[in-house]
Design a protein around this ligand. Structure first.
Ligand SMILES: Nc1ncnc2[nH]cnc12
Ligand SMILES: [Zn+2]
Length: 333
């Protein structure tokens, strides 16, 4: 039985497995530039974040209808349940779909149908986080927030993803302010490929409550001290960091040093269909490669529930307490 955990950094489009991509391509009459699933998998050799994003946005062409998004999310939730996930906070990229004429309502309502059944069917509570593409304009982000307004009952927060370098958080100050005014929670990718200064900016200018990745904070000791003091959660994705070459090999990942420094680290899968594993696979990989002990694995699981966007109501705090109790009671094999 896997360790119970929350997954806080998961792009739903990054769970599109080659088999489902080809099935949806056929259903929707989309021609993919790969002969078969094996040829597609062979293309998953990335140089950096951009080379991944090019393939990733291309493959999204198969996602067209509410039923497609529902099937995608349900397939993820089934896999996540088998990996010990009890709570999942799921990113989606509305602009990447709008670019080919798929409206945000199709995306949100399709995902929402799967999420509505998730607790009953998979034993997983869920949240949706809408991400802005940082290599698109600030105006486009604001239009996306506007387009999301009829669907806000389904959306817990906003995030920022896509190509990081050259697109600093401050570009999105206005849309984050507008999102906060709507009561949305705020996260942002920062310090994945971009510098530690982007992490500081995400905190100071965007008001984020969690930092996605945040890996390069280790280059700024003052920032590390601040993140520890303010208990800002980091949603680390070690397998992603290796596949996108932010880290050479897994055994060089700074996760143990970051935990030892007192950072509130969580471990997540990012885009598991592309990076070689879902979240429990990632826990196993870091356990092996980095020699993490049971106490550290339990700390990562505990952190994931502490950092989750449960809403502070008595019901949701009771849920968090129940999840944390499950972590404490867990016995490793
Ligand atoms: N690792 C990542 N970084 C930035 N944007 C992304 N979109 C999907 N995965 C991403
Ligand atoms: Zn990510």
């Amino acid at each position: 039985m896997p360790l119970p955990k929350a997954e806080l950094h998961l792009h739903i489009e990054g769970t599109l497995e080659p088999e489902l991509a080809f099935a949806l391509a056929e259903r929707n009459g989309v021609t993919l530039p790969y002969a078969d699933t094996e040829a597609l998998r062979k293309a998953y050799l990335f140089e950096d974040l951009q080379s991944f994003l090019d393939l990733y946005y291309g493959l999204m062409a198969v996602l067209r209808t509410e039923a497609d998004f529902e099937e995608l999310a349900d397939a993820y939730l089934a896999r996540a349940a088998a990996q010990g996930v009890r709570h999942a906070e799921i990113f989606f990229d509305p602009q990447a779909h709008a670019a080919r004429g798929v409206e945000i309502g199709t995306v949100v309502e399709g995902l929402g149908r799967a999420l509505d059944r998730s607790r009953e069917r998979h034993g997983i509570t869920t949240r949706l986080i809408m991400c802005f593409l940082r290599d698109e304009s600030a105006e486009s982000a604001m239009e996306t927030l506007e387009a999301a307004k009829p669907h806000l009952h389904r959306i817990t927060g906003v995030g920022l993803d896509s190509a990081e370098v050259g697109h600093p958080p401050r570009k999105f100050a206005a849309v984050y302010e507008a999102a906060a005014a709507l009561g949305l929670r705020r996260v942002a990718h920062a310090g994945e490929e971009g510098p530690a200064a982007y992490v500081t900016e995400a905190l100071d200018v965007l008001g984020v409550e969690r930092v996605d990745h945040g890996l390069r904070c280790v280059e700024d000791p003052d920032l590390v001290r601040r993140l520890v003091r303010e208990r800002v959660p980091l949603t680390l994705c070690p397998l992603s960091n290796v596949r996108l070459r932010a880290v050479d090999v897994l055994k060089d990942h700074p996760l143990p040093q970051m935990m030892a420094a007192g950072l509130l680290c969580t471990v997540n899968s990012d885009d598991p269909a592309y990076f070689g594993g879902y979240v429990d696979d990632t826990f196993h990989a870091v356990r092996e490669a980095l020699g993490l002990g049971e106490d550290q694995l339990r700390e990562l699981a505990r952190n994931s529930f502490e950092a989750a966007f449960l809403d502070g109501s008595p019901e949701e705090e009771a849920l968090r307490a129940a999840y944390l109790a499950e972590v404490e009671a867990y016995r490793f094999d």
